[in-house]
Design a protein around this ligand. Structure first.
Ligand code: ADP
Ligand code: NA
Length: 335
């Protein structure tokens, strides 16, 4: 099993990133069997597809590395690196642009969303972004790629590219690329905004009160939870009764994810309680989970050399893992 996944090194990590993605990475790392391997990368090469500030990108990359380590990614067990230090990502992307079709890329909903009406003004990188994503996983013969619902289409594309390449340039017995499977971890929670139960918790939400950042201190967390939007009804004794109460459901979902308990069990215990009583419990559970993460994060940021060393080590290992696939690709293409 080879697990490969990346995250953009932009901005502060929030609770949604943690419960929806990173905590599952940590679990995969911790549960891997002998001979399996996890590669986690900071997608700094993807970040240049949109207008960006170089100094901020550099800072974001270091901060994201520190945050991942603080969350439990162990750079001595997993291969943690940033793409820019592994030039094979960009190389393989170019080689794959010969196989990817314009029509395939044109159909990508993220391209349509991000380019909007200004396609002529969008960067070529924004259009070709999914080909870099394909390179990111094909380069390592990834078998499992943990992805959110929103990235499933790009992983399908990676499979299409791999299949066409194998078909056009390799024999059936000796394919160049492994077809990666999307892996949506069963426990991946989808966390909604604290201000609007119908919107995803996201760093792009202008309201700070809408999200819990992993580095929020205890007071801030308690305040955000206290102000979180809810309704006046008490907690019901069954999950179905939370239907049509998205804010209430979200707070229960967060509590369940943090305490690793089933909603049925939590509701059986809390039924009849109003949010005035439930919110402090939730706040405490959040502080209990996040306080150690944020203190590790702060300590790591004070030791920039350790982060640089971890990333350099990860990049060296990633370059090693990438080399055979890249040579096979050149060779298959007659280069
Ligand atoms: P954001 O929406 O804040 O920009 P990203 O798009 O950078 O976050 O997502 C990084 C990772 O975190 C992805 O794997 C994504 O699926 C996950 N993620 C982001 N927001 C949430 C959320 N609200 N609930 C669950 N997972 C999330
Ligand atoms: Na996003």
């Amino acid at each position: 099993m080879r697990v490969v996944s990346g995250i953009q090194p932009t901005g502060n990590l929030h609770l949604g990133n943690y419960l929806g993605a990173i905590r599952n990475w940590v679990r995969m790392q911790d549960e891997l069997s002998e001979g399996s391997e996890c590669l986690f990368f900071l997608a700094d090469m993807h970040a240049i597809s949109m207008p960006h500030d170089p100094a901020e990108l550099r800072r974001g990359t270091i901060e994201m590395a520190a945050a991942l380590i603080a969350c439990g990614i162990d750079p001595t067990r997993s291969i943690l690196f940033n793409q820019a230090q592994v030039p094979q990502h960009a190389e393989l992307q170019w080689l794959l642009t010969g196989t990817a079709r314009m029509g395939w890329l044109n159909r990508m909903t993220q391209w349509k969303d991000k380019a909007g009406k200004n396609r002529e003004g969008a960067s070529v990188a924004l259009f070709a972004y999914p080909v870099l994503q394909a390179a990111d996983v094909l380069l390592y013969q990834a078998t499992h790629v943990p992805v959110g619902e929103d990235q499933k289409q790009h992983l399908e594309l990676a499979r299409d590219i791999a299949q066409k390449f194998n078909n056009d340039f390799a024999s059936e017995e000796k394919p160049v690329f492994t077809l990666p499977d999307p892996f949506i971890p069963p426990a991946a929670a989808r966390i909604m905004s604290l201000r609007d139960g119908s919107a995803k918790m996201s760093k792009s939400d202008p309201s700070e009160m809408s999200r819990i950042n992993l580095i929020d201190d205890a007071d801030t967390i308690m305040k955000k939870v206290k102000k979180a939007k809810t309704d006046p009804d008490p907690l019901p004794d069954n999950v179905e009764a939370l239907e049509g109460r998205p804010e209430a459901l979200n707070l229960v979902t967060i509590y369940c994810a943090l305490t690793e308990s089933a909603p049925e069990a939590v509701l059986a215990e809390q039924a009849g309680k109003g949010f005035g009583a439930f919110k402090p419990l939730l706040g405490e559970a959040l502080v209990e989970t996040l306080a150690p993460i944020s203190s590790r994060f702060r300590a790591l940021l004070d030791d920039r050399e350790a982060i640089d060393a971890a990333l350099a080590r990860g990049a060296a290992l990633a370059r090693e893992r990438a080399a055979p696939t890249l040579s096979a690709t050149y060779e298959a293409l007659g280069l």
